[in-house]
Write a protein that binds this ligand. Structure first.
Ligand SMILES: [Cu+2]
Length: 227
């Protein structure tokens, strides 16, 4: 049995924070403790280069994944979205703190979640809840080069690769899973690569990616106070 904390708004279990009822949390902890496993994932492109910012998530072949709804944060820092790519479970709230001294105007036109937080500083008083699966593309009306992504997935078992192209899915109950992967530069975004694996497997993906043409920053500093 894992140790967990209880508070008025959130609970902590298995190293994550959750907004769930106590009974649900207990069942989830018991399930993950019974015979939990980890899946190690290594992602490379067609040239053998490790791929950063790839979301890998595990869908159980049988049964329904629990709804854990961990809180997430996507900051705006140094006029970039940080992290650039996030993953969350359907129904999870996300806070979008602006850590810059300039204002940002956050928006998404994505079918999975259309929303807008008009020109603001600091942290908006309410998080945005993402209630449908899919890719959400984040932008800023003031800083055209700012772009970020949230992949909303129907499972609590997800991870995002680091610069070494590696990631690990933690605390999966024993069983068989379909592992799916998404990355912003997938050449065919309509086809999400996937493979089947059991908990405790080591999995490799090779992705066919488009070149990365992202603008990292403004082409030139501006003096209008917004850039
Ligand atoms: Cu901005």
């Amino acid at each position: 049995m894992r140790v967990f904390e209880n508070s008025t708004a959130t609970r902590r279990c298995c190293g994550h924070r959750f907004d769930v009822g106590l009974q649900t949390l207990l069942l989830f902890c018991l399930a993950t403790t019974a015979s939990a496993g980890n899946i190690a994932v290594a992602v490379k492109d067609n040239g053998g280069v490790p791929v950063k910012d790839a979301v890998v998530y595990a869908m159980p072949v049988s049964g329904k994944p629990p709804a854990a709804r961990a809180k997430a944060v996507v900051a705006q820092h140094d006029k970039q979205f940080v992290p650039y790519v996030s993953a969350i479970q359907v129904g999870s709230p996300v806070q979008f703190p602006n850590l810059d001294t300039v204002k940002h105007h956050l928006y998404s036109f994505s079918p999975a979640k259309k929303f807008e937080v008009p020109l603001y500083s600091g942290t908006p008083p309410y998080p945005i809840v993402f209630d449908k699966p899919g890719v959400v593309t984040l932008g800023c009306n003031i800083h055209d080069w700012m772009i970020g992504y949230i992949l909303v997935v129907p499972t609590p078992w997800f991870t995002v690769t680091g610069a070494d192209g590696e990631a690990r899915l933690h605390d999966l109950p024993a069983g068989t899973y379909d592992l799916e992967i998404w990355q912003p530069r997938l050449r065919d975004p309509s086809s999400r690569p996937h493979q089947r694996a059991t908990a405790d497997a080591n999995i490799s993906f090779q992705l066919d990616l488009k070149p990365d043409f992202r603008l990292r920053r403004s082409p030139a500093d501006s003096r209008d106070g917004y850039r």
